[in-house]
Design a protein around this ligand. Structure first.
Ligand code: SAH
Ligand code: SF4
Ligand code: F3S
Length: 471
């Protein structure tokens, strides 16, 4: 069966479940991890709603509870097992169907543990079988038997899954799956399979439909977005060039032309693939936000080598310089891991040095977490927890002081904001984001929601800015 036929078959199962689900069946979903997982969850919700399920936030009243898991760091496991513990009693009382999918299910030691310690779970599915949820769920419901549908393959691309998006203004569009980089700390390549890009035409079609439906902001997703179509070109895997798209840069340019879309973001690019054509595309495309997420991971060249990141501290800083020179109003955000095996005090200071030099808009900081099956886990010189934590706190302090310093630069400036909605904590104010992804709160009427507005920044707080509409 090709992927199209597989999807057609799943549609038949959707119809079969719909016939069973005549009374008001409810589902709850719990999503962990990155935006790719969130986008997968939107597809899970899309399938479930076509089967006649409606969403509830309350696990207790759900007929079906689905977990979409992440395994990039250890704390996700604790979270899942905690929730499963809570669900045991609910299941005993209500007969709730429990399904677990996502990255963690691609790890054998985890599925073994679930089967042993949480035998009441009904369905386990992996990252390569997400599209088969209708069929697997049908077997659970109809035959009342447990299902495990996890395969370890390079991975395929499935088009045409139903999707229920969480916002009607901002949408994520996955442009590629998997990862071939094998950074030595990271589990993603083992659980998501090999890097593969979607056909240009499929992406353009999706964005055009989003534009037609009134979406204003698009975030292009992938583990290594700026190597879009690279594997295909290298391995001579056929793809169909469409509107001149044969790389990430040309993709950005084509999406920039789509009427109705006002903002384009992308996450995550890899510094080693930041070619000049991508820099040029960011500069020239007016809709592409000038915030670039440029994952550093570590500042020390030695640690970067051990991490298999394929750039040095100097190359990273040179890249930042080149981007600053070329892209007006560039802002940067990053990911940093502290406490990778063998990281000395000196190595850690290199990380602090890069943070000082670059002045990031936002830094996502992580304590190194050993992942079974990765080269990092086998390294001898693991850093004691205590040192990892003190380094994390030291990094956090510097990052926060730099952010506060950076925030001050906004005061008095006028920023273009996409108005997202009412503020969470105050019904009377609206919220939106700058090009640099800073949250801005301001007073205004509800009819401004969905509009691009000029806002004058009057106050700064650590995690948000306050502004006034420029009349
Ligand atoms: N593909 C993206 C992001 C992958 S996961 C990239 O390369 O940037 C998101 C972030 O989690 C990574 O950037 C990294 O900072 C962090 N991360 C990944 N594995 C980790 C581990 N084992 N311990 C701690 N942080 C990790
Ligand atoms: Fe993990 Fe590295 Fe791939 Fe990112 S690029 S997903 S950090 S292996
Ligand atoms: Fe986690 Fe999988 Fe994303 S491991 S970070 S959900 S790709």
């Amino acid at each position: 069966m090709d992927t199209k036929q597989e999807i057609e078959l799943q549609k038949e199962y959707i119809e079969k479940i719909k016939k069973i689900n005549l009374d008001n069946q409810k589902y709850a979903i719990f999503t962990m991890g990155c935006q790719l997982n969130e986008n997968d969850s939107e597809k899970i919700c899309g399938m479930l709603e076509e089967m006649g399920y409606t969403l509830t936030e309350n696990f207790k009243e759900a007929n079906l509870v689905i977990f979409n898991t992440c395994c990039v760091r250890e704390n996700a496991e604790d979270k899942l097992f905690g929730k499963l513990g809570e669900l045991k009693k609910i299941k005993e009382e209500n007969g709730t169907i429990i399904a677990i999918g996502g990255c963690m299910m691609q790890e054998k030691h985890i599925t073994e543990k679930i089967k042993e310690s949480y035998p009441f779970v009904d369905l386990l599915f992996g990252t390569h079988t997400l599209h088969k949820l209708p069929q697997d769920l049908y077997l659970v419901i109809n035959r009342k038997q447990k299902e495990e549908d996890i395969i370890n393959i390079e991975g395929k691309i499935y088009e045409g899954l139903p999707i229920k998006r969480t916002s009607n203004l901002q949408a994520s569009v996955t442009i590629m799956n998997g990862c071939n980089n094998f950074c030595s700390y990271c589990i993603v390549p083992y659980v998501r399979g090999r890097e593969r890009s979607r056909q240009p035409k499929e992406i353009i079609k999706e964005v055009q439909e989003l534009a037609k439906a009134g979406y204003k902001e698009i975030t292009l997703l992938g583990q290594n977005v700026n190597s879009y179509l690279r594997v295909e070109k290298e391995k001579k895997i056929p793809f169909e060039e469409y509107q001149g798209i044969n790389s990430f840069a040309t993709l950005l340019k084509a999406i920039n032309e789509i009427e109705g879309i006002e903002r384009i973001r992308f996450i995550s690019p890899h510094p080693k693939d930041f070619t000049d054509d991508v820099i040029e595309a960011i500069t020239k495309c007016d809709k592409v936000c000038k915030l670039v997420h440029l994952p550093l991971q570590a500042g020390s060249t030695k640690v970067l080598k051990d991490m298999n990141r394929k750039y040095t501290k100097e190359q990273y800083l040179e890249l930042v310089e080149k981007m600053r020179k070329n892209i007006p109003n560039l802002t940067l955000s990053t990911d940093i891991i502290v406490g990778f095996p063998g990281e000395t005090e000196e190595d850690f200071e290199d990380t602090l040095d890069v943070v000082q030099k670059v002045g990031y808009e936002q830094v996502y900081m992580f304590i190194y977490s050993r992942r079974i099956g990765t080269p990092g886990d086998k390294m001898q010189n693991q850093i004691p927890e205590e040192i990892k934590h003190t380094r994390f706190d030291r990094l956090k302090e510097i990052v926060e002081s730099k952010i506060a310093e950076n925030n001050e630069k906004y005061i008095g400036t006028t920023q273009k904001i996409l108005v997202e909605g009412k503020s969470k904590n105050n019904e009377n104010t609206l919220t939106g984001r700058t090009d640099s992804n800073k949250v801005v709160i301001f007073e205004g009427e509800n009819d401004l929601i969905g509009k691009m507005l000029n806002i004058k920044i009057v106050e700064e707080h650590m995690w948000y800015l306050k502004g006034e509409v420029v009349k």
